[in-house]
Design a binder for this molecule. Sequence first.
Ligand code: HEM
Length: 338
Amino acid sequence: MRTAATCRLGRQLLSDVDGQIVRLAGHRDSGDPVDMMPHPGLRRISELDPSRDYEEIYRLHATIEFPWDIARALEMALYRTYCVPSIGSLLHETQEFEQRAQKRYDDTSLLLGEALKFGLNSERGRAAVRRINQIHSRFSISNEDMLYVLSVFVVVPLRWLDRFGWRAVTETERRATYTYYREFGLRLGIRDIPETREELFAFCDAYESEHFAHTPANARVGTATRELFVGWFWFAPAPLVRMGVHALLDPPVLAAFGFPPAPHPVVRALETALRTRARLVSLLPARRRPSYAQDSWTVRSYPRGYEIGELGPDGSRRPGASERRVRRARGKGTPMGQ
Ligand code: HEM
């Protein structure tokens, strides 16, 4: 039992740094000149054009340069969207987070990961986008809420990296991040996407000031998701992990979920730990192997693999407002999930 637990912890720790570990262990390079450079990911990025090669740049940025940071920042980004009552209440109604938090997390990571790994225009990327659209088509979701969720994919990771990244993010990477998500958003049918990154940041901030509010539904979805995070750190005392999660949340998010703020020394200790981690990563040899959601230790529901069509809720719904919405959508002939 203890051995299994130790192995799991070892796997969790190693999977975050495996790209660097293989290098330290004497991994032989492919012979490709780019692969032989000290920072092949960054070097390759600098050779690309963000208006044309945004997808390749964002893939390198998110899977070679900053995979750990982007994964953590996206967790925080999606977490904060439940503070908008229209989003929090729908997610509470469907009960997916409260009943199946790990599966909900995995399905989101994998569908977004399919598009990132294979490309927005690839067969798998298009199937993933189609699946997300099918899932959403069951509900009535406003364009503004969609745009807000899209904006956090850009804003939160870039802000996280400015604080905790192991190196400064280049302008090329910033532009590519914006363009990648603009293209993603267009495929989700989102309208009125701001034309510049700065405008998208401003939209995100204004939307949060205007809409974040505490409701019992937000609090329930926020608590269910926090408990998912707590479960990942099974080896640490749960109250300490909860405090760690609270330490990463800013005051408007804490207020919307009704969580107590973490004590200042805990916030400072966590920030110091993240900056120390960044410093250590900057001293390690560059990562060469991409790290995708498909390989992450946090994604656990499909040990034997998955089909894109089986990701997302299975269609069985508990009675309630969301069920009525499903039936109404069916009546209108809206496409249903697979
Ligand atoms: C850019 C914007 C968005 C993206 C990329 C996105 C992505 C996704 C993905 C990948 C899933 C599948 C995960 C799963 O079903 O387990 C999903 C499901 C879902 N999404 Fe979104 N989403 C976006 C915006 C929104 C918004 C604004 C809402 C409004 C409340 C929303 C509500 C839902 C619901 C209700 C589900 C079904 C699962 C559940 O009940 O929790 N999404 N979304």
